[in-house]
Design a protein around this ligand. Structure first.
Ligand code: DX5
Ligand code: ZN
Length: 216
């Protein structure tokens, strides 16, 4: 079983002060930072790209957990790797040749991840399970922070955990969207080991306490 980890999402950070947000994540004891890349096409919102990662890479040793919500995600794999990504997760819905690019991500020395939107069943991941380090189950429709978790999506976490066990694999199961202390407990119970957290993380003063409670 994988240890539970919190991956704070800088989508909910102060965009005028990313350096400060990085310091807050470092001080919280979290080891990952979730970076939501949105292209205004795959999702109805725009965020940032490799230049931001590169700028932040010099400031922290946090594990850069990059979540691409972009069409043709393969176009950017190398750029994000060079900018300092530690893991790249792209959407099943956005890439026909997912096995090829998951393999490419690993060959660059990074962890590979695939994400599914609420409308996609987890069965679509069956053939690529050996090629992933992270399965990201979106628990809201991607595009915006601060939404309410869609409870039904947690059933996919249960199913994925079973698929993982059956296959004898140990990829992480990450949940993303509407995760707070209450929903995190449900997600962990369902089988999630990686908790992406945006608004709930940046909305609490005692971030260290939050991370400790969730990771233990
Ligand atoms: C949503 C993003 C999430 C977002 C989660 O499209 O993929 O990573 O930051 O934000 P919260 O935790 O506020 O739902
Ligand atoms: Zn995300």
């Amino acid at each position: 079983m994988n240890k539970t980890i919190v991956s704070p999402s800088i989508l909910s950070a102060d965009f005028a002060n990313f350096g400060q947000s990085i310091s807050e994540i470092d001080a919280s004891g979290a080891q990952w930072i979730h970076m939501d890349v949105m292209d205004g096409s795959f999702v109805p919102n725009l965020t940032f790209g490799p230049p931001l990662l590169r700028a932040l890479r010099g400031k922290t040793k946090l594990f850069f957990d990059v979540h691409l919500m972009t069409v043709t995600p393969n176009r950017f794999v190398k750029e994000f790797a060079e900018a300092g990504a530690d893991a790249i997760t792209f959407h099943y819905e956005a890439e026909v040749h997912s096995q090829k690019y998951l393999t490419e991500i690993r060959s660059l020395g990074l962890k590979s991840g695939i994400a599914i939107a609420p409308a996609s069943p987890c069965s679509v991941l069956e053939e690529v399970l050996p090629f992933i380090d992270i399965a990201l189950v979106m628990t809201v429709n991607p595009g915006f922070g601060g939404q309410t978790l869609i409870t039904e999506c947690l059933e996919k976490v249960v199913k994925l955990a079973k698929m993982r066990e059956k296959a004898g694999l140990n990829f992480r199961i990450s949940v993303d969207g509407g995760i707070n202390e209450q929903t995190a407990l449900k997600a962990v119970k369902a089988g999630a080991d990686t908790l992406v957290m945006g608004s709930a993380f940046f909305g609490i003063n005692d971030k260290k306490g939050l991370v400790e409670r969730l990771e233990n």
